[in-house]
Ligand binder design. Sequence first.
Ligand code: ZN
Length: 356
Amino acid sequence: MTSSVTRAGCSYFGVRIPRHVRRDMADLAACGYTGVLHTFSENDFANYGDTMAELVAISHAADLSVQASPWGLGRTFGGEAESRWVAFHPEECQVLDDGRRVAAACLNSLAYRDFCKEWADWVLECGVDSVFWDEPAWVVPAHVGVDDAARWTCRCDRCAECFGAPIPAELTPEVRRFREGSVVSFLREVVAHVAERGGANTICLLPATEGTHGLADWDEVAAIPGLTTLATDPYWKHWDETAEPFVRRFARLLREPTERHGIGAQLWVPSFGLEREDIPELESAVAAAREEGVDDLWTWGYEACRHMTSLASPSAPLVWEAVSAALTTRPQMATTEAARSRLEASEGSVRKAAGR
Ligand SMILES: [Zn+2]
């Protein structure tokens, strides 16, 4: 039996200046990472077309595989990016159960599906190794300014057409099935588009099998033709869960359908928003995923997201060191310029905390 190669990846966003990205990709590789996920937002699509191709080439030159996520696209995927498409196409947007139209594209909209395919063509032209369909789901009300988590979509005319009747105002079992079926049909179409062009696909499901954003049948997703890898991101704090059992449960849930369909299994752990005292939990979560047979492990995101105010925590330097050591199974050493400046920042925050 040969030992499997450790695969560890990390998301990266917020920098579009190639010489800075070059330094950070070298740092990631020196930490022992083998992959990077670059976010490709609508803003990038409109304004950074060639720059993103350059960032992919820089990543490859550092020996990192590259995944591309549709960051905040149409407000139907994960990510802290805004959507211009929804502003330009209000008629293609989702309708809440109470009849309000919200700023998120309908997954059954043909125009939106076409837009996602155009976006995919662009990221493939940029040279990415895999398209990472991140947290595809009907809109979360809070993300479009609706302060009522019980609201759900979609009751638009296009959905009624697909359903074969007006969408009932109540979440009946038929409506639930239709909503989940629409997510799967959307994924089937975009995954096929990428596969036909020779690209690889990862689908990252939210860690939920019920509720208004969960998918009950992960086997149905794993069976999508052209899918290379099924992923999930059990970010325990966000779901108000305990790290180790939550991650273990979803690692297990990945394993069976991915083995049955002969595709890869990938799991993401958070490094954003964690404090120093969360580190042992983070380490036990990574160990649990490995025990369940998932060894393609990624984290969101670079340097524990300390550069992004809404995701940062004061303990980010410590968390980054811990998550990097856990994922790459390598002790972390300050071998690059970026790592040395991290160390200085970390020592500075310790001195500040100690009042020195
Ligand atoms: Zn709709």
